[in-house]
Structures are given as C-alpha cells and as structure tokens.
Design a protein around this ligand. Sequence first.
Ligand code: CTP
Length: 409
Amino acid sequence: MRIYKVGGAVRDRLLGKPVTDIDWVVVGATTEEMLAKGFRPVGADFPVFLHPKSGEEYALARTERKSGRGYGGFTFHASPEVTLEEDLIRRDLTINAMAEDDQQNLTDPYHGQRDLEARLLRHVSPAFSEDPLRVLRVARFAARYAALGFTVAPETLELMRQLSDSGELEALTPERSWKEISRALMEDQPQVFVEVLRACGALKVLMPEVDALFGVPQPPAHHPEIDTGAHTLSVLQQAATHKQPLTVRWACLLHDLGKGLTPEEEWPRHIAHEFKGLKLIKAVNERFKVPRDCQELALLVGEYHTHGHRALELKPSTLLELLQSFDIYRRPQRFEEFIAACEMDARGREGLEERSYPQADYLRGAATAARSVAVQPLLEKGFKGPELGEAIKRERLKALKAYKETAST
Ligand code: CTP
C-alpha cells in the first residue's frame, strides 16, 4: 500500500500557507487491510478511515460516478487497482488534485502547480459537474485567494454557469450549502464569493434576494456608490477588514434586502425598506437552516439599522424601544454586534470607508444608562408584577433623557 498527502494540504504548502488538516489517500489497499492496521471506518458505505492515533482522514483511492441528483446520487468504486491518477481526476480543481509522498515528491498529472503559478482556479475534468457544491467551493476559494491574485478560469466559470442553469444547485442540502457560505463569509474577501456566484448565475438561484439588489439605485447623497448590490459588497468587505464575526457578516449581507422590493417609480428612495426586507431575510435564513444567532442578528439589523444611524436624533422613548428590542440586559453581546453591523453599513460606501461613527459610542452609552437603573429600590417601594415592569421602564426612560441631555451638551 502507498500513502499520499492530497488536496488542500499539498496546495497550501506550495502556496506557503499554514496547513491545518491533512487528507491522505491510500493506493493499493483494501478495507480489510485498513481495519487490520487499526484504522476506524468513518461511514458505512464510504471508503474513508480515521488514523488510530492522529485522527486524520485516510481515503482509499476511488473513482466516482454520478448516478442521480444531489450529493447522495453517487456510486463509488474503491479497489486496490484504482490508481492515484484516477483518484485525482475526480477532484474539483487542479490545485486541489496534487499528491505528495513522504519524501515530498509531487504527483501532479493535471498541472496544479502550473495553475498555482498562473493564479488560476481551474477544474480538473468534466467530472467537476458531478458535484454542484463545487460551484460554492470555487467561489469560496476565489474569496480566500483573491488577495494572492487568483481568479476563476473562464472555462470553469462556464461550467459553473451550466451547473447553475441546470437546476442542480437546488438539490444541495441546506447544511452543505450553509457550511460553504459560512466558511466563505469568514474569508478575507467574502465579497468575492458573492461576486463569483453572481458572475456564474448561482446567486440568482441560491439567494435571488441578494441578486436582486444589483441595478437598484440609492440616493447618491448617502450612497456615492449608488448601486445597492455594490453597497452590500462593500459592507461585507468592511466587515472582513474589521474582522467581524460570522453573525455580523451574515447580517451585513442581508441588511438591505428590502431595497430589492422597492417599485421602480420610487427609486432611488426606499421607504420602509427595513420592515419590508424582514420576510426576505426570514426566507433566506430558513432556506439554509442558518444558526439561530445569525438568524436573529440578521433580522434585528435588517429592522433597526436606520435607527442605529439616526441614534443621536432618536427620542429617548424610541431609544428605549430599540434597547428593549435587543434585550440588552440579558444579551449585551448581541447589541454590540448590532452596533458593529451598523458601523460596517455606514463605512461600506464609496469614499466613506474611513468615516467616524459616533453613533457607536452613543448607543453604548445609552445601553449603559438604561442598564444602570436598579430594580431593588423599586421592589422596596412595593412594585410587583406588571407594575414593576412599568416602573422599571419609567426609570430607564428617565435615565435615557438625562443621558441624551448630557451627551448633547
Ligand atoms: N474535493 C472535491 N470536491 C468536493 C470536495 C472535496 O474534489 N466537493 C477534494 C479536493 O481535492 C479537496 C479535497 O477533496 O482538496 C479535500 O476536501 P476539503 O477538505 O473539503 O477541502 P480542502 O481542499 O482541504 O480545502 P480547505 O482548506 O478549504 O479545507
């Protein structure tokens, strides 16, 4: 049996990037031999094993053939006769289809190294189209390596377009799609992920609500970039520049969906887009079974981002409603994330990337003022039940009025 390092580990070593997990391929072995060596099988019908000590994945060299729609629709053929080259040809990109033995001798039948140098994300063979998830994977790699100058090869983009048009993307499970989307959003240039999906027509299929923002104008006074899609990409880019967590990046991507619903005759104004967008945000959240914290923040940012921008002008009662909506008393972190998303939204505008955002500290101060109201004295005065709730609210409102006065002097 011969064992090779494959995929991302080889690619990233050649790129001089840190290698986190290593995938191995085993040529010339049977399942029985692997089990006899103490490897643990990963799935019942999948020739992949975990190393007894390192826990790394070892896969028997295999060929694959598509036999139906979606991820389940594959037949595998793993046997000691399958060669390394046969295993590599079923892989997605040439830069992911290189193997290395323990002496770092490279097997590179599909010219991955050449494409690494040319900074090209290029499919290995027509078998690329057998897994529609690869459309998202390529867009994710484009986002990750954009800073190094990588682009998608035109012929690969064409295959991605065909896959997107074919209806195959609809067969992806929400879990697999979300895994790619969430990883892509955490890359340094997440906006490139969205751009590549858009360029191949996949955005229209996966998130038509985001796709619809391109070509929708906004008032130039607030949005020198004008186009809502361009603005959304800039906001996402700002979120990455400022190392925001996934929750904030997801909220940034979806914050303006309502603008895609504005009738053309109302352009470039978008009255009540915050509220109108909520049903779209909900639909996208549900489509990908997005984790609860991301869902919640996206909805709250969608509804309240304009409040964030207008924080300094808000009446104390409106400010209190905002703070209550965020449940800042039990969820302080979520309010911080809201503030961050608003700031990214304000900076994600052409020429305004470095602007200051005094609203952030103002909102933090308001939250501190509202939180400073002590409940104990109200209990001592005999307030109970709903009356206690009302009394707390009154005190918080007083605190916010005082805060607003001091802040404006
Ligand atoms: N692979 C593929 N098609 C997929 C998934 C994986 O061809 N849909 C192949 C690629 O050769 C890839 C390898 O399996 O390099 C390992 O996949 P994975 O661990 O998901 O990705 P990596 O390339 O290691 O990338 P990352 O750094 O993002 O983990």
